[in-house]
Design a protein around this ligand. Structure first.
Ligand SMILES: [Zn+2]
Ligand SMILES: [Zn+2]
Length: 663
C-alpha cells in the first residue's frame, strides 16, 4: 500500500454543518430589547451564513468555506442556514457587529461573483454570485486569496493563517471570460465493463469533480463511441449535479442513431464506398430520406430521454476519412455538406422546443475545413476540434508552419455560423501526446486569448482521468485559470502547481516542470510524438529535436532527484517514472527517424532497435502506482501502444498508413 492512498481526500460531498459550543448571549441588542437569538448569532466569529433554502449548491459552498477557513485558522468555523439571506449569497461574519443582509446592488451575469465588505467593525465579507454554482467557485477563490491551493491530482492545501489576513481581504469581482468552461472524457476510458477498473476511475472522479467545481468548471461532456454501451457514467452524475456542473451527452453517435442491424434489410440506408458498395461502417447515406428520418427520430428520442443534457453533440464516426457516403447521389456532396444535412434535419425538429439543447456540428478531421456551402440553422453551433494542430506554438502564432490554416478555418466557421461556436481543445490528451508528460501553459494562455478575441466564449478540454492529472497538471491548471481569465501568468502557474502538488519540494519540482515545458516545445508540432511517417526534411530536423527533448526530460528527472529522500513522495516517484518513459520514448523515436533516413538492411535493423526501445519504455509506466496513473495508464495505454508499435513497424516498410488514420 502506498502513501497516495492515505492522503486526505477532498471534502466529502456531504454538507458539513458544524455547530460549535454556542456561547451564552444575553439576548439584548443595543437598545436593550430582548431578541430571539439565532444559533448563528450565538456562535463565535468568524462564522459562515447562507440561505438555507437556497439549495444544495449554496450549502456545499458554505460547507467548503467553513471547513477551509476552519483548517486555515485552526479553529472551528460554523456554517449556518439563515433564511434572511438571498439564495445566491454567503456571508462570513468577522465580528458580532455584522449587519443583516442588505439587497444585492449589483447584477451578476452567469457564474460571475462579487466579494464585498459590509457592516461596522470588521463586519462581514459578502459573497454574491450570479448562479448558485458561482458560490462554489467564489468560496474556493476566496480561500485561494488567503493562500489555499487547489492543484489537480492532490488534496487541497490549507496553510495556517491568522485572522487579520481574513479581515484584510479587499473586495473583488470575477467575471469568467468564457461562459462554458468544460472538461470532456471518452466514456470508454472508465473501463466500465470491469468492476475493479470502474472503481479505480470513480475514486479519481470523487476527487477530480470537486476540483473542477472549485476551479470554476461548469460543464462536463461525455464522448460516446459506437461500441460504448453507456452514454454517461451514472455513478458520476450526482457528483456533477451537486456542484451545478452541466452534463453533456453525445459524441460519435451518428452510427448508433442508425442501428447497424438495419443493414441486412436496408443496405441503402448506409454509406457506399468509392466502388459503390454499401457497408455497415461509417455514418449513413444522407441522400436516403428514410435513413435521415431514422437518425432524426433517434436524436429526438435522445433529447427526450435525457432532458438534463445541456448540449447535443452529434458527431460522425471517429475516422479521418471515409465515413461519409460515396453513392451516386452523395458523391458530389463533400463530407461537410453531408454532415450539415443530417445536423440540420435534427436541429429543424428541435427548433420549436425552447427546452431543447443546441446541436453541435463537429469540425474535425474531414470536416475541419468549412465548406462555403454550409448553411447551419440557428440552433446549430460548430464545435471546432483542431486535433492535428501544433502545440509547440499558439494557435495564432504566424511563425508556426501548421497553425495558420487552422486559425483560418476557425475564422471561416465563425463567419458561417454567425459566431456560434465551441472550441474543443486537447491540452491534456494522453493519446495525442503518446502518454508522455508535457506542459504548455504559455501556449494555452495565448490560445485562450486568441479564441476570446475572436468572440468565442465556449471552451472545452479533453482529459483522460487520473492520467491527465499526473501527466498534464500544469495544463489542466492553465486551462481552468485561462478559461476564467486568459491574462493569467503561465510561468506562475507552473510554479504554483509545483508547490501545490509538492509542498515540501516545490523548488525542485518547479525546475523539473520547467524542463518538461522546454522539452514540450520541441515535440508538439503535430504528431511527432508517435507519428511514424513525416516528410524526410522534417524527419531530419525532428530527429535532432526529439533527441534534445529526451535529454531535457533527463534534466527534469535530475531536478526531481535533488529532492531529499525523506521528502520524496509516491507522486514525485510517479512523475519521475513518467519522465523516464517520456525520455526513453523520445530517444527511441529519434533513433527511428534516424533509421528512416537509411537504406535497405540498415534501415530495417536500426528501425527494429528503435521500436524495441519505444516498446521497452512502457516498463516505466507499469512501475507507477495504479492510483496515480489510473485506468488509462493501467489499461488503455496498453492497447493503444500496440497500435502505435504496429504503425511504427509498418512505417519501416514505407507503406504504413499515417497513425491518425488508425483512430
Ligand atoms: Zn449516399
Ligand atoms: Zn508550430
Amino acid at each position: 500500500m502506498v502513501s497516495i492512498r492515505m492522503r486526505p481526500r477532498y471534502q466529502s460531498v456531504a454538507l458539513m454543518l458544524s455547530f460549535p459550543n454556542p456561547r451564552k448571549n444575553d439576548g439584548l441588542n443595543a437598545s436593550g430589547v430582548l431578541t430571539e437569538v439565532s444559533k448563528a448569532a450565538a456562535s463565535p466569529c468568524p462564522r459562515v451564513r447562507f440561505h438555507g433554502d437556497g439549495g444544495q449548491l449554496a450549502a456545499l459552498a458554505a460547507g467548503d468555506l467553513s471547513s477551509g477557513l476552519g483548517a486555515m485558522l485552526a479553529s472551528e468555523v460554523g456554517s449556518f442556514p439563515d433564511a434572511s439571506l438571498p439564495p445566491d449569497e454567503i456571508r462570513i461574519d468577522l465580528d458580532d457587529s455584522a449587519a443583516s443582509a442588505g439587497p444585492g446592488l449589483i447584477a451578476l451575469e452567469g457564474d460571475s461573483f462579487d466579494v464585498s465588505r459590509e457592516g461596522g467593525g470588521a463586519g462581514s465579507i459578502v459573497i454574491r454570485a450570479g448562479t448558485a454554482r458561482g458560490l462554489i467557485h467564489a468560496a474556493s477563490n476566496l480561500l485561494e486569496k488567503l493562500g489555499a491551493q487547489f492543484s489537480p491530482g492532490v488534496a487541497p492545501s490549507y496553510p495556517r493563517i491568522d485572522r487579520a489576513r481574513v479581515a484584510a481581504l479587499e473586495p473583488w469581482r470575477v467575471i469568467p471570460a468564457f461562459k462554458r468552461r468544460a472538461f470532456v472524457s471518452d466514456i470508454m476510458t472508465w473501463n466500465y465493463n470491469f468492476a475493479d477498473r470502474l472503481d479505480l476511475h470513480l475514486r479519481h472522479d470523487r476527487e477530480f469533480i470537486p476540483w473542477m467545481a472549485r476551479r470554476g468548471i461548469n460543464a462536463f461532456s461525455y464522448i460516446r463511441h459506437a461500441h460504448d454501451t453507456r452514454l454517461k457514467i451514472d455513478e458520476v452524475a450526482p457528483l456533477l449535479r451537486e456542484r451545478g456542473i452541466d452534463a453533456e451527452y453525445g459524441g460519435h453517435v451518428l452510427q448508433l442513431l442508425l442501428p447497424r442491424d438495419r443493414f441486412a434489410e436496408h443496405p441503402e440506408y448506409f454509406p457506399a464506398g468509392d466502388d459503390g458498395l454499401r457497408t455497415p461502417q461509417g455514418n449513413l447515406c444522407v441522400s436516403n430520406p428514410d435513413a435521415v428520418a431514422i437518425v432524426r427520430t433517434g436524436a429526438l428520442a435522445y433529447v427526450h430521454d435525457y432532458p438534463d443534457n445541456a448540449l447535443l453533440h452529434i458527431w460522425g464516426a471517429d475516422v479521418r476519412r471515409g465515413a461519409w457516403c460515396r453513392c451516386g447521389q452523395c458523391r458530389e456532396l463533400p463530407p461537410q455538406i453531408q454532415y450539415m444535412n443530417v445536423t440540420n434535419a435534427i436541429a429543424r425538429a428541435l427548433a420549436d422546443d425552447a427546452n431543447a439543447p443546441a446541436v453541435a456540428y463537429l469540425a474535425y478531421h474531414d470536416t475541419i475545413d468549412p465548406h462555403p456551402g454550409l448553411s447551419p440553422l440557428g440552433n446549430v453551433w460548430f464545435e471546432w476540434a483542431p486535433r492535428e494542430r501544433c502545440y509547440s506554438h499558439a494557435i495564432d502564432d504566424p511563425l508556426c508552419e501548421i497553425n495558420p490554416r487552422y486559425l483560418e478555418s476557425l475564422k471561416r466557421y465563425l463567419e458561417i455560423f454567425n459566431g456560434r461556436g465551441h472550441v474543443f481543445e486537447y491540452y491534456a490528451d494522453a493519446i495525442l501526446f503518446g502518454g508522455l508528460g508535457f506542459a504548455t501553459p504559455a501556449v494555452i494562455a495565448s490560445d485562450l486569448r486568441a479564441y476570446l478575441s475572436l468572440g468565442i466564449t465556449s471552451i472545452s478540454c479533453l482529459t483522460f482521468g487520473a492520467y491527465s492529472a499526473m501527466a498534464y497538471p500544469v495544463n489542466l491548471e492553465a486551462f481552468v485559470r485561462g478559461s476564467r481569465d486568459p491574462d493569467f501568468e503561465p510561468a506562475t502557474t507552473l510554479v504554483d502547481i509545483a508547490s501545490g502538488r509538492h509542498p515540501r519540494c516545490a523548488p525542485e519540482m518547479a525546475a523539473a516542470y520547467g524542463a518538461v515545458e522546454r522539452a514540450s516545445k520541441l515535440c508538439l508540432d503535430y504528431a511527432d510524438v508517435m507519428h511514424p511517417v513525416i516528410p524526410p526534411e522534417k524527419a531530419a530536423r525532428k530527429r535532432d529535436e526529439l533527441r534534445e527533448a529526451a535529454l531535457i526530460f533527463n534534466e527534469a528527472i535530475a531536478a526531481a532527484d535533488q529532492i531529499a529522500p525523506r521528502l520524496d513522495t509516491s507522486l514525485s516517484d510517479a512523475e519521475k517514472d513518467l519522465w523516464r518513459y517520456s525520455s526513453d520514448v523520445l530517444a527511441g523515436l529519434s533513433d527511428y527517424l534516424a533509421a528512416f533516413g537509411l537504406a535497405g538492411a540498415d534501415r530495417w535493423t536500426g528501425g527494429k532497435a528503435a521500436i524495441a526501445k519505444v516498446a521497452h519504455a512502457i516498463g516505466r509506466i507499469r512501475a507507477i502506482d495504479l492510483e496515480i496513473k489510473g485506468t488509462w495508464g493501467a489499461y488503455d495505454l496498453e492497447w493503444i501502444r500496440e497500435i502505435w508499435l504496429g504503425a511504427l513497424a509498418r512505417g519501416l516498410d514505407g507503406g504504413g498508413k499515417p497513425l491518425e488514420e488508425l483512430f
